[in-house]
Ligand binder design. Structure first.
Ligand code: HEC
Ligand code: HEC
Length: 356
């Protein structure tokens, strides 16, 4: 073969090689982007939930109206307020709150939400609710009984239960529900939330190609679904026995401070949803510290596990924190913060010797 022909041939293969490689990389990049998990599952041929709206069918006006309803209680300036007592975001974040979506771990969550500037709340985030298959799981049956049975299986029913019972307001009308569904679908998980490995991404992009085998599609769906919980586990806890309290070794008051500020104060600050105000005054901390040695209503150990109930004439109530929304260790961190503040000392974490 002549040298010239060789050069031509080599250049030809080099250029085609580069072309194939870049298109391959582009393909993976496209998958890595903000594509919605539900859209991908749909493309792979999964059976979709009733509430599914494909991203290209989302109406941005409805998304905005849904967002307004969830964050302010009003769908538009002249609509009727959904609840006089709460807005959804008093109890639920609307952003991602778990670093690993296969776990519902309150300790990892606290660090994560504090970094992202979100709150640490008793309800599960509304972000990714469209990716769930069941609502009001686990022990919520104990609290709401038969009410949850009809609300477990569809997102719309779950929302209506929360709108009336959790939020102490009215049922959403058809237009409002439609708007909330558009909004919820707009805050579904995206592929990048799933922390896929490079290998998994390559496999997924292959499974999405037009000539993919059914087996590959099924495999890809399985991989995707193994990356998040499709329900929020909920375990109710009894208030800790008096003789078990403050026995945790080296509680962390800095975590306690985060809980106080990102959880308790969001409702109990001036202008919050309740008349019972908490503040950063020493007196507040003394009061909480004092009652927490009892089983009375002002005891932080009791109120967090039991919550309160709405009464006729006074609707605001406090939801209980499940084990998945606040661990006993975190409760001790909170109490250590309260104790140190009640003594007016500069926050410090004791290491080496227990602090009691
Ligand atoms: C006073 C607190 C509170 C308010 C206000 C509230 N919720 Fe909830 N919501 C909860 C709690 C607690 C749960 C129990 C399950 C969970 O979220 O982990 C819940 C459950 C839900 C669920 C099912 C979540 C799951 O994974 O099981 C949805 C959906 C929901 N709420 C939507 C809403 C919407 C929409 C609004 C506003 C109209 C709203 N909530 C207002 C406290 C509240
Ligand atoms: C979603 C809102 C919300 C959050 C979050 C919340 N509370 Fe409450 N809390 C309430 C409401 C509402 C009441 C009902 C009492 C009232 O308004 O009179 C209440 C009652 C209480 C009471 C009893 C007071 C009484 O009069 O019955 C204590 C103590 C308390 N909360 C402490 C806390 C602490 C500590 C935290 C943080 C771990 C916290 N709360 C988080 C809304 C909340």
């Amino acid at each position: 073969m002549k040298l010239k022909t060789k050069i031509v041939l080599i250049s030809f293969f080099f250029v085609t090689g580069c072309f194939v490689l870049t298109s391959f990389v582009n393909n993976i990049k496209k998958i890595e982007s903000a594509e919605k998990v539900s859209d991908i599952l749909y493309k792979l041929g999964d059976k979709m939930s009733l509430h599914f709206i494909a991203s290209n069918k989302l109406d941005s006006n409805k998304v905005n109206s849904g967002y307004n309803l969830v964050t302010t209680g009003f769908m538009s300036p002249n609509s009727k307020r959904q609840s006089k007592h709460f807005v959804c975001t008093n109890c639920h974040n609307i952003g991602r709150e778990d670093p690993d979506l296969t776990q519902s771990n309150p300790e990892d969550r606290l660090t994560y939400v504090a970094e992202k500037g979100l709150n640490f709340l008793p309800g599960t985030t509304l972000f990714g609710q469209v990716n769930k298959k069941q609502w009001y799981n686990g022990d919520y049956y104990k609290k709401y009984g038969d009410l949850v049975v009809s609300s477990r299986d569809t997102l719309e029913n779950a929302i209506q239960l929360c709108a009336t019972v959790c939020s102490q307001g009215r049922v959403l009308d058809e237009k409002e529900m439609d708007a909330v569904m558009h909004y919820f679908n707009s805050i579904g998980y995206t592929l990048k939330d799933l922390n896929l490995t490079e290998l998994e991404k390559t496999y997924l992009s292959k499974s999405l190609s037009s000539n993919a085998l059914d087996e590959d599609k099924k495999g890809a769906m399985k991989i995707i679904k193994s990356k998040y919980l499709d329900y929020s586990p909920a375990t109710f806890m009894e208030p800790m026995a008096l003789d078990k309290r403050r026995k945790s070794i080296y509680p962390n008051p800095f975590n306690g401070k985060k809980i106080y500020e990102l959880s308790c104060l969001t409702c109990h600050k001036e202008g919050g949803v309740t008349n019972y105000k908490l503040s950063n005054e020493k007196l507040t901390f003394k009061h909480l510290d004092y009652w927490s040695n009892t089983h009375k209503v002002f005891s932080v150990y009791d109120i967090t596990r039991k919550g309160t109930y709405s009464k006729n004439g006074y609707k605001p109530y406090m939801p209980n924190y499940t084990k998945e929304r606040m661990s006993n260790r975190q409760l001790e961190d909170l109490m250590e913060f309260i104790r140190q503040k009640s003594e007016g000392i500069k926050l410090r974490q004791f290491v080496g010797t227990p602090s009691f």
